[in-house]
Design a protein around this ligand. Structure first.
Ligand code: FAD
Length: 467
């Protein structure tokens, strides 16, 4: 059923949650309570992360009834809660750069995009900029060419330019990346790096609140969020999805089901019986992001920025509380921690990760103090073989996926919601997306994204890291 453009009924709102165990801020007042209930809805979204909530918002703008189910106690408690929330636009593939560019415009005007102010507070875009250093596997000229095609201003920097703009950074070339146990790690620089600078890049200050803002906006459009409810089965009949079964016995009947379950995506696809329909597979991968004190001159309000450093295979950015957070870019020398289930992730940062990442950072950032006690967070990605997300239909009619977003789906979320809503709308109206992939033009920047790039049927070149 297509929705009239008027807003739906407002749902109950409570104060913002601060822990995964608290009642959800967006728990809908009209949710069913008894086992064995049957709910009917036009669109059912599995997962209330930043992308699931964005899909819910854009679907609620188009369909009369949208229901979101999440196992956790509120929006953004999956991968989203651990996200570094960096918003950058450089990619090796143009469709991903275009997607990020259009989404970035929405992050930068967050309140205008949402059309509401969340009483729990609004997440903010911090224009901390983005410095991209050269390094193995990073084709800077190709990325710069995509950025220029998008109309994104880019400034080229040589080593002197890097040092002048960021005196805290050593522009020496130390790569290829190695572990501190390797003698090569401690060798002097073999040359100097070049880089490019994107002034309009940055990060969102609170990834979980960003998801909350999206979920709240979706509720204002009439979407209903059901928290602490687990999808345990998906029903199909004659090649078409019929709905889902929840662990408490509730059935939700829906002609459209969207899998946005993050690192649980393969499990959900298994329930729908579509695993063999996918050429790129998805699997959970553990990630550790460490946190260290930032030295004066490289702080949030004092000269710091977001840095992509393939020479040491790290990315890092300034963070609140005068800290720097640091994540890995999966070099060959580092072990990938693939999981059978996201629940298998460890509880705290490993000593070995702490040592490797702090030492890498200390070789790049001058005057870095390294505390003896490890600090950081553990997250889980939903990884594809080629690190490219899957935004697609499937061979079960009415069953769609926005999955495999690896370590870079956060930034894409505000446009992915619209891409998915447009895709669902087109396919449900008879468009053959497999034969003729849909292209969607972003209303904020005018860039067009070819959804064929994100197909579940694409040929895959396995790789170690995103780019
Ligand atoms: C450490 C780390 C750093 C990152 N840094 C960045 C970054 O800097 N920039 C960037 O762009 N991206 C980054 N990412 C990636 C980004 O965070 C993810 O791509 C994004 O958060 C995925 O959002 P999502 O909504 O798809 O999934 P999630 O946030 O994982 O949400 C999925 C939801 O599905 C629910 N669910 C699962 N199974 C069921 C079920 N059976 N029934 C009901 N509900 C279910 C879960 O409870 C969960 O809440 C990072 C990720 C990690 C882990």
């Amino acid at each position: 059923m297509r929705k009239p453009r008027a807003h739906g009924a407002l749902n109950h709102y409570a104060d913002r949650v601060t822990s995964a165990d608290a009642m959800s801020a967006t728990d809908s007042s009209n949710e069913p309570t008894a086992n064995g209930d049957i709910i009917t809805t036009d669109v059912l979204v599995i997962g209330a992360g930043v992308i699931g909530s964005a899909v819910a918002l854009e679907c609620a703008r188009r369909w009369a009834s949208v229901t979101v189910v999440d196992t956790r106690g509120g929006p953004g408690y999956g991968s989203t809660s651990a996200s570094s929330a960096m918003v950058r636009y450089h990619y090796h593939h143009f469709p991903e750069a275009a997607l990020a560019w259009e989404a970035g415009a929405r992050w930068q005007e967050w309140e205008r995009y949402l059309g509401v102010v969340d009483p729990a507070g609004m997440a903010h875009f911090i224009k901390s900029g983005g410095l991209v250093l050269e390094g193995p596997g990073y084709d800077l000229p190709r990325m710069i060419s995509h950025l220029r095609e998008l109309g994104c201003p880019v400034e080229l920097l040589d080593a002197a330019g890097i040092a002048e703009r960021f005196p805290s950074l050593d522009p020496g070339k130390f790569g290829p990346p190695a572990l501190p146990q390797d003698d090569h790690f401690w060798a002097d620089a073999t040359g100097e790096l070049t880089a490019f600078w994107v002034d309009s890049a940055g990060h969102m200050d609170d990834p979980q609140l960003s998801a909350h803002n999206l979920a709240y906006a979706a509720e204002q459009q009439g979407a209903q969020f059901l928290y602490r409810r687990e999808v345990v089965d998906i029903s199909t009949k004659d090649g078409r999805v019929g709905g889902v079964l929840l662990a408490d016995g509730t059935r939700i009947e829906s002609p459209i089901v969207v899998n946005v379950a993050g690192p649980w995506s393969a499990k959900i696809n298994g329930m729908a019986g579509v695993l063999d329909d996918f050429i790129p597979k998805t699997q959970p991968m553990e990630q550790e992001v460490i946190s260290v004190p930032a030295p004066p001159g490289f702080r949030l309000d004092d000269g710091g920025t977001c840095v992509t450093d393939p020479d040491f295979a790290t990315y890092f950015r300034v963070h609140a509380g005068n800290t720097i957070i640091v994540g890995a870019m999966e070099p060959e020398c580092d072990e990938l921690v693939m999981l059978d289930s996201p629940e298998d992730a460890i509880g705290s940062v490993r000593q070995s990760t702490w040592e490797t990442q702090t030492l890498r950072l200390a070789r790049r950032v001058r005057d870095l103090g390294i505390p003896s006690k490890p600090s950081g967070i553990i997250g889980v990605y939903d990884l594809t073989d080629d690190w490219i997300p899957i935004y697609d239909k499937t061979n079960v009619s009415g069953y769609y996926v926005a999955i495999g977003t690896s370590g870079h789906g956060f930034k894409q979320a505000p446009f992915v919601g619209e891409l998915m809503a447009e895709l669902i709308s087109a396919v449900e109206n008879g468009h053959d997306h497999d034969a003729e992939p849909l292209a969607v033009t972003g209303s904020w920047t005018g860039v067009t994204v070819d959804l064929g790039h994100f197909s579940r049927r694409r040929s895959v070149t396995p790789q170690r890291a995103m780019g």
